[in-house]
Design a protein around this ligand. Structure first.
Ligand code: GLA
Length: 721
């Protein structure tokens, strides 16, 4: 058959694919760009990548396909796992067709920039057809997806479709994320040793502890430098991501959906597609993140209009839906310049606390005798959008819905799952349950003309059995949630959706295809958010990170912080407020107004610019920001997150600027200088700052001001013409 190599290259990344013979596609090189290659170069590279045959191994070198195959002697995690009543479990696929950009590949070597390669392969004996899609995006992200079709007469049980990307031998240090409620995306580093570092997500949602991006890099890699290869599974249901090092020194990172026993059983002609698995290489974590950010920003449906300053009422009123209080909160919000007002949990029937009501998506007549429209109109009359909270996939046992339709609860036959937050999960993969919830949401959106849903999902799926037999249902449930979001957006083209899940437990590239921001965490303590926002940004750009200013004493940690630290920390995201403004002092409101003005002035820069996180010399210093596309302006936040053994902290350098341009760097201090700030001389008279070239700022740098712990200042960097 064909004997083909394909070299895709974009934004400094090369992907050299081997689709030779009738083999499954394999990656020869994935990483830094190789420059333009001749066919001979490409063949030499492919040859150079073949390992020698060593004693007591297979007699032919092991070729590691994107879906690695056992029949070749590969003893790592296989790409396709499944069986037909015990048989056909080790398929041997033969490639029949390769297309690039939709056209059949007829030549033996092709070079292209971004593009999609589709490989169709068949195992006629096993009765299986496999389609592998491999795309290199314009920003240099590789993503791949596999679809398996059963072509035989009896059913085929799929256990896994795993996509694996090769890692070079110098990638030996793993970085991925742990997390729990209120502390999502906590980084953890470990060594990649022989064996598997596998992260299983079995919660039926992405999980606060999801690996998010599982990276392996050259030891010591940081934000600014050090090659790193990462994998992300774009799916909100059960999933796995792993790094594997074999006895032979061969290493891969991979992932896919984690299927429950019997979850995918294909009848004749049926097929199953795994989620997109993303591979992201970068020289440093910032470059890795920037590739994902650019990919997301290039989507036609990426939110482009200015991200509205949001007031979410949750930490302001909780379940106290008092008309006067909410009216007053809306008035105060308007006075501050808020642009979106979101009514959180507690508006529907029976929902006076978190023990009842989920599923009864009717406005509670006792609390809202005139419905929600008067509040929504009051909000809109004040120039703000109205948003509303739903938790569509959930049901309280104490609800009319659960009483009327116990059979709509996701459960394995004959018993109910254990409660979590007093609630159970609705089986929305059932047509009737799905139709009911969709209709209710549609009605409430029509009645209130709400243009925003905070879409929550507050528990793990335990015993997620679907339908009368209670068969495994996470796959169907996850797709049903996506479908409902998509359908609502079709019905209401202006609708925006926030992905919330007990805070940030549903943050992934699957859900982000249907939503417009995520709620990073229920913990709004800025010291915690310094970490969580910084690391959630490894996957999502700042405009997608719900980031609020809460009350001075954090509701989740009890720590107290200045408004300046709270607001400076919230600044680099999709900014909002979650604070009972009636309890704020006039001085606080005035200062908050200044921060809101700063956010509005700088959101275009922060939401289109490139994110930079500086590798500072001291772990107590966070320095991060955004540099505009034209590199003529930047905004950085300098945050002290602890007390160091040295003081002052020495100089910091700014990366990402144009080396030949001159910039003025000056502190911006809404509300005045934070308590404890000791200015370095370069702040100059009246905090006018200093002028230096981008090169000088990146090399020599500027002295760090001395600051109280848990305080922050903003630095404006503007090109001088
Ligand atoms: C979850 C969310 C919160 C809030 C509550 C309401 O915990 O993460 O922001 O909406 O539910 O019950």
């Amino acid at each position: 058959m064909h004997d083909s190599l394909i070299h895709l290259s974009s934004a400094g990344v090369s992907l050299l694919l081997d689709v030779s013979g009738d083999d499954l596609p394999a990656i020869v090189h994935w990483g830094a760009a190789l420059g333009s290659l001749s066919e001979d170069d490409a063949r030499m590279l492919a040859l150079a990548a073949v390992e020698p045959v060593v004693p007591n191994a297979g007699d032919v070198p092991i070729r590691v396909a994107l879906l690695p195959e056992g029949w070749r002697g590969w003893t790592g995690k296989p790409g396709v796992e499944g069986h037909r009543d015990g048989a056909d479990w080790s398929p041997r696929f033969r490639t029949e067709r390769v297309t690039l950009g939709g056209s059949d590949l007829v030549v033996t070597f092709t070079e292209a920039d971004a593009g999609t390669v589709v490989v169709e392969s068949e195992d006629a004996t096993a009765g299986l057809h496999l389609v592998t899609e491999i795309e290199l995006t314009g920003s240099g992200v590789v993503r791949a997806r596999a679809t398996l079709r059963n072509t035989a007469d009896d059913h085929y049980d799929v256990a896994a479709l795993n996509i694996a990307f090769p890692l070079p031998p110098n990638a030996r240090e793993i970085l991925d994320f742990a997390g729990r409620w209120g502390k999502e995306r906590t980084p953890q580093r470990s060594a990649l040793v022989v064996g598997i570092h596998e992260r299983e997500g079995r919660k039926g949602r992405t999980g606060a502890d999801a690996a998010t991006v599982l990276s392996v890099g050259v030891p010591g890699f940081g934000f600014g430098a050090g090659e790193v290869w990462g994998v992300h599974v774009g799916f909100s249901g059960n999933h796995r991501a792993y790094a594997e090092r074999l006895f032979s020194g061969v290493q891969v990172i991979g992932g896919g959906e984690l299927l429950l026993p019997g979850e995918i059983r294909l009848a004749t002609g049926e097929e199953y597609s795994g989620p997109w698995v993303y591979g992201v290489w970068g020289d440093g974590l910032d470059e890795q993140a920037a590739r994902i950010h650019r990919m997301l920003r290039a989507r036609p449906r990426h939110p482009r209009r200015p991200r509205p300053v949001t007031l979410n009422v949750w930490e302001a009123v909780y379940f106290d839906h008092d008309r006067q209080r909410l009216w007053d909160l809306a008035d105060r919000a308007e006075a501050l310049g808020v642009e979106r007002f979101v009514l959180d949990d507690g508006w529907f029937r029976g929902r006076r606390d978190d023990t009842a009501g989920l599923g009864d998506w009717f406005v509670d007549e006792e609390v809202w005798p005139d419905g929600l429209r008067p509040l929504a109109e009051h909000v809109r009359d004040r120039g703000m959008e109205f948003g509303i909270w739903f938790e569509p996939e959930m049901v309280s046992p104490d609800s009319d819905l659960a009483r009327e339709h116990p059979e709509w609860i996701l459960a394995t036959g004959g018993r109910m799952p254990v409660l979590a937050r007093n609630q159970l999960v609705l089986d929305i993969a059932r047509d009737d349950a799905y139709a009911f919830v969709l209709e209710r949401i549609r009605e409430v959106l029509r009645e209130t003309a709400a243009s925003y849903i905070k879409w929550d999902h507050n528990r793990d799926l335990v015993d997620p059995g679907h339908g009368p037999r209670g068969v495994p249902g996470v796959h169907g449930q996850t797709l049903a949630a996506y479908r409902m979001m998509a359908e609502l957006k079709e019905l209401f083209p202006e609708l925006e959706i926030e992905s919330c899940s007990s805070g940030g437990a549903r943050v992934d590239l699957g859900v982000i295809e249907h939503t417009d921001r995520v709620w990073v965490s229920d913990c709004i303590d800025p010291l915690e958010r310094q970490q969580m926002n910084r690391w959630t940004a490894q996957l999502l750009p700042p405009e997608l990170l719900g980031s609020h200013v809460a009350s001075g004493v954090s509701h989740s940690t009890g720590r107290s912080h200045t408004l300046a630290f709270r607001a400076a920390t919230a600044l680099h995201g999709h900014f909002g407020i979650e604070w009972d403004l009636a309890a704020a002092t006039p001085d606080e409101l005035h200062e908050l107004g200044e921060w809101i003005a700063l956010y509005k002035e700088s959101r275009a820069l922060m939401h289109t610019g490139e994110m930079v996180r500086i590798d500072t010399s001291d772990p107590t210093l966070h320095l991060y920001g955004s540099v505009s596309e034209e590199r003529d302006s930047a905004l950085f936040v300098l945050a002290s997150i602890g007390r160091s053994e040295v003081s002052p902290l020495g100089r910091f350098a700014l990366r990402g600027l144009d080396p030949d341009a001159r910039y003025r760097v000056r502190p911006v201090l809404p509300g005045g200088a934070p308590r404890g700030l000791i200015r370095p001389p370069w702040f100059g008279a009246d905090d006018r700052g200093v002028e230096l070239t981008g090169r000088a700022l990146a090399t020599a740098g500027l002295h760090t001001p001395s600051m109280h712990p848990e305080s922050a200042i903003v630095l404006d960097v503007s090109a001088v013409r």
